[in-house]
Design a protein around this ligand. Structure first.
Ligand code: ZN
Ligand code: FE
Length: 257
């Protein structure tokens, strides 16, 4: 399974998954149809599926036009997004599975950014592969999504599920927010040398307009404050005693940053 990262709108990424054996493609969160259609045409592939993580327009904006071009597509999304995702046909719950390119993705229910948000996790199917996580607006490189519909307790549990995936899992998040996220992270975890090093790399990459996605679970665990809620440095920076309180205060500080 080959993953193509397609920039869209101002800072979104659309991910096109390609199965070279069957020459089929699936798209994760098509913000727009045009970049997807271009990539599918250049691969001369057949688009068979849309995997949506949540209903926001910068994730489903291309659904309708893609359906018009490929009427046989199956549109997947979270069960609780019923009525909010254009063309949705499959309503996924935690523990459900979807197949693509001979691999099987596990559905993780990760509410917080929205009440219905899901993530798609493809575990490695052999020793040469890594896991691939498509987590929408739940986990970002160096940060996490804002809480629009969920509670801090839900988001902490959702991030905890992602944190438990293997360290080498590639994290395909839906926005290029890394530099700003790490600038904030340094204000609460400035003594973290892994974070300092990552910030320097990301600053350099962005100065050259290079993408910072995918990240990995291991890198996020060592540098993302929202995956380090139980670390004493972060608890003292937020003057809190437990993970949910630390999360709530960090999220509030980031919203104002
Ligand atoms: Zn969103
Ligand atoms: Fe988004």
């Amino acid at each position: 399974m080959q993953v193509y990262r397609l920039p869209a709108l101002s800072d979104n990424y659309i991910f096109l998954l390609h199965d070279p054996e069957r020459n089929t493609a699936a798209v994760v969160d098509p913000a727009q149809a045009k970049p997807v259609l271009q990539q599918v045409r250049s691969l001369k592939a057949q688009l068979t599926a849309i995997f949506n993580t949540h209903h926001h327009s910068d994730h489903v904006g291309g659904n309708q036009e893609l359906l018009e071009n490929f009427p046989q597509i199956t549109v997947y999304g979270g069960a609780e997004d019923r009525g909010r995702i254009p063309g949705q046909q499959v309503f996924l719950q935690a523990g459900d599975c979807v197949d693509f390119a001979g691999r099987t993705a596990e559905i993780l229910f990760v509410p917080g950014h929205t009440k219905a948000h899901i993530a798609y996790y493809f575990p490695p199917s052999n020793s040469r592969e890594t896991g691939e996580l498509f987590c929408g607006d739940t986990l970002f490189a160096g940060g996490c999504g804002r809480l629009f519909e969920g509670t801090p307790t839900q988001m902490v549990a959702s991030l905890g599920q992602l944190r438990n995936l293997p360290d080498d899992t590639r994290v395909w998040c839906a926005h290029e927010y890394t530099l700003k996220n790490l600038q904030f992270a340094l204000t609460v975890d400035g003594d973290n040398s892994d974070l300092q090093q990552r910030f320097a790399q990301v600053k350099d990459a962005r100065a050259r307009s290079q993408p910072t996605i995918p990240s990995s679970i291991g890198l996020e665990k060592s540098t993302n404050p929202f995956l380090r809620l139980d670390f004493p440095n972060l608890q003292s920076a937020t003057n809190s005693r437990d993970a949910v309180q630390t999360f709530t205060r960090l999220r509030g500080m980031k919203d104002m940053f």
